[in-house]
Every structure is written in structure tokens, then in C-alpha cells.
Design a protein around this ligand. Structure first.
Ligand code: PLP
Length: 402
């Protein structure tokens, strides 16, 4: 018999969507995968060269559980340059992706009975990890079209058990980029009610709205002593499978992570650590600029195509690489006898009829949304979105005729 905690974990909805796409592709059909949470692009050569050099040098031993000191130093310098705030080696922990940093944060600050505020729609690992730590997720629904959370709605759920709030900007799945006033207001709440801020900024390099990414510690420097700022190279360098991330936090959290990682994974993969260190030493930023440019173009092309949708507002997609569609109106306009009643039905229909894999919002705790990644190869993205617009626009008439 399994431990109860396993039943607390949500089934991975994105993985299920991709499995359905693979099964459909196995029948010989062309399936366009816009379900993936990763960008399809060759990673920078410096990362690969760094890994190969480390392997050739016979690098194969454990590292410090919180990472190689030169890598922590290089990350501190990178973060200092990006935020304009000084970070030292001692402020940084190297993790096996942002996911491990988030779990470290949850295990370090949460006790059974604690509550954690999570803005919904949300990446499903947030509530799952909170539950794993024995605490309780308390959701606040951010509304379309902006999906920026309402501060009064957050304040309304703060109670005596509230221990932390998870902030994720740029956001997966909604693409929302929180403005400074919102970040400051969340910061004020955290200070007033003595909450930790777990700030997942793993899409920080992917903001498309003219402004640069602003961390909550930049918007509100007063929250630094209560913020665990989590980031990763997974999305920034398109190396999701390499598993390398980091966080910056107060020293007590660093000490806790040192224990936690030492008793769980020992250390992030040593070859990946050397690869990223090499990239940080020799990279000139050209890969990051090229990827940003490619995604910027994909976003523009995609938004133009999506503007052809009837009864569905064009999404904001300010950051990350997701178009998040609110399908409430479209579904409400379908005749009562229509077999299409939900975003799950729409995701299934898109796979069956348009050969397009997407992720229905239920995965993110929102029955009204549909997430599409614009990290897919540009030609496939264009084709996939056009097929989707055609299919969705045909729905109303088709159902009336039936
Ligand atoms: N945080 C968010 C919001 C994500 O969307 C993802 C991956 O999709 C992660 C964290 C996980 O990042 P990593 O692969 O670095 O663990």
C-alpha cells in the first residue's frame, strides 16, 4: 500500500497531453505539439563544450550539496547584474532545476497546518509540493484578460496559518507579467502578515512587452529578507533535460537547503554544473538574444493568427512562451446539444481534428483556459495555430447545423 502523500499529487496534465499526442502520431498522423513547456531550439554550443570538456577531464565526483563554489559565484554575479542588487556566493544554492529549488523552499519553511497562497491558474507542481510538505494550498483566482491577481482578493485569504505566497512572473500558464504596483503590493502584504515569498522567476529572460523582467526584490527591496528567488537555466538556455537551476535566499534557507540536498540528491549533476559554469564564463549573450528574438517573432506571428479567432480574445502573452486562451465565451455560445462542453473537449477535438496538441486549463486549476506553447518550431507553430483557428471558428456553425 502506498503512502497517503502520493494520492495528494496531481497527475501531470502536460505529460498526459503530450502522451495523447504521441499516441496519435504513432498512427501515422502529423501531430503538431504545442503542449510542451520547452522551446525546440539547439542549446548554446558553450554549454555543450563545457560538458564535453568536463567529461574529458574525468570529472565524476560529488560536489558540495549546494553546488560548485565557482558556479555559485558566477550565478551571484549574473543575478547581481540582472537585478542591480548585490548577491554573494553565500546567497546562492545550485539545484537540479527550478523544481528542486521550489521543493527545497517548501520543505524549508512549511510545517503541517501552514497555508500557502497560490495564484490560479497555476503551474500544477506548486500545489503538489505544498501538499508534499504537509501544508495547504489556498488559491486566489486571477481573472482574464490580464490574469494579474487582485490584491484585495489575496488579502482576503490571508489568515493566521498563512506562511507563504508563491509568485510566478512571468507566468506559466497565463503569460502574465506582473506590474511593479502588483509586486509592491504583494511585498507589502508579505511584510505586514509576515509571509515568506517564494518567487519563481524561471521565465525571467522571456519578457516580450518592452519592459525587462522585474523581480519582486527589485520592485520592493524590503522583501529580500523573506524572499526565496528561484530561477533556472532550463528555459533560458533551452536545456530542460540538463536539470540545472538555482535560488538566492537568506542564509538560514541556504543552510536548510544544504542539509536537504545533502540528504536527497547530494548535488546537481556535476557535468551540468561545469557546462553552465563554462557558459557563464565564455557566453557572450548571443544565444540568449537569438532565442528571445525567435520567440518574439513567434509571438507576433501567433498573435496575428489568433486575432482571427471569433469569440475568443487574443491572449496577452507578455512573458514565458505561452498563449493562454480564455474559452468561456466560445463555449457559452455553443448550442446546448453540442458535444463540446468544456476545454477538455476542445483540447481533444483539436488533437483529433486539427492534429494539434494543447493543454486544457484544468491542469492549471482553471476550467476555462487552453494553453499553447509558442516554443515549437516556427513553421509548425504557424500551421498549428491556423488549423486551430479554423477548427474553433467552425464550431458554432457546425453545432447549429447538427
Ligand atoms: N516553474 C515553472 C513556473 C515552470 O513552468 C517550470 C517548468 O515548466 C518549472 C518551474 C520547472 O523548471 P525546471 O525544469 O528548471 O525544474
Amino acid at each position: 500500500m502506498l503512502a497517503q502523500r502520493i494520492s495528494l499529487l496531481s497527475s501531470p496534465g502536460t505529460a498526459a497531453a503530450r502522451e495523447a499526442a504521441r499516441a496519435a502520431a504513432a498512427t501515422g498522423r502529423q501531430i503538431i505539439d504545442l503542449a510542451a513547456g520547452e522551446v525546440v531550439i539547439e542549446p548554446p554550443s558553450s554549454v555543450r563544450e563545457g560538458a564535453i570538456a568536463a567529461i574529458k577531464a574525468g570529472t565524476n565526483r560529488y560536489t558540495d550539496s549546494i553546488g560548485l563554489t565557482p558556479l555559485r559565484k558566477a550565478i551571484a554575479e549574473k543575478l547581481s547584474a540582472e537585478t542591480g542588487i548585490a548577491w554573494n556566493t553565500e546567497d546562492i544554492v545550485v539545484t537540479a532545476g527550478a523544481k528542486q529549488g521550489l521543493l527545497d523552499a517548501a520543505l524549508a519553511v512549511l510545517d503541517p497546518g501552514d497555508e500557502v497562497i497560490i495564484i490560479r491558474p497555476c503551474w500544477p507542481t506548486f500545489p503538489s509540493q505544498v501538499l508534499l510538505a504537509g501544508a495547504k494550498p489556498v488559491f486566489v483566482d486571477a481573472q482574464p484578460p490580464t490574469y494579474i491577481p487582485d490584491i484585495d482578493a489575496i488579502r482576503a485569504v490571508v489568515g493566521s496559518h498563512t506562511k507563504a505566497i508563491i509568485v510566478n512572473s512571468p507566468n506559466n500558464p497565463t503569460g502574465a507579467v506582473y506590474d511593479r504596483a502588483t509586486l509592491r503590493a504583494i511585498g507589502d502584504l508579505a511584510i505586514n502578515y509576515e509571509m515568506w515569498i517564494i518567487s519563481d522567476e524561471c521565465y525571467s529572460s522571456l519578457v516580450f512587452t518592452g519592459t525587462r523582467h522585474e523581480s519582486i526584490v527589485m520592485a520592493h527591496p524590503g522583501v529580500r529578507s523573506r524572499t526565496i528567488l528561484i530561477n533556472a537555466f532550463s528555459k533560458e538556455l533551452a536545456i530542460t533535460g540538463w536539470r540545472l537551476g538555482y535560488f538566492a535566499a537568506p542564509r538560514e534557507i541556504i543552510a536548510a537547503a544544504k542539509k536537504l540536498q545533502s540528504h536527497t540528491t547530494s548535488n546537481a549533476n556535476v557535468i551540468a554544473q561545469h557546462a553552465i559554469l563554462h557558459h557563464l564564463q565564455v557566453g557572450d549573450g548571443s544565444f540568449e538574444r537569438e532565442m528571445h528574438e525567435r520567440l518574439c517573432q513567434a509571438r507576433n506571428t501567433g498573435l496575428l493568427i489568433l486575432s482571427g479567432l471569433h469569440d475568443v480574445a487574443t491572449p496577452g502573452a507578455g512573458g514565458s512562451f505561452f498563449f493562454y486562451l480564455d474559452l468561456t465565451r466560445l463555449i457559452s455560445l455553443l448550442p446546448a446539444e453540442s458535444p463540446v462542453r468544456s476545454t477538455d473537449d476542445i483540447a481533444r477535438l483539436l488533437l483529433d481534428e486539427a492534429g494539434l496538441a494543447s493543454v486544457a486549463g484544468r491542469t492549471f486549476g482553471d476550467v476555462n483556459g487552453l494553453r499553447l506553447s509558442f516554443g515549437a518550431p516556427p513553421d509548425l507553430l504557424e500551421l498549428g495555430l491556423k488549423r486551430m483557428v479554423e477548427t474553433l471558428n467552425s464550431l458554432k456553425n457546425r453545432q447549429v447545423a447538427a
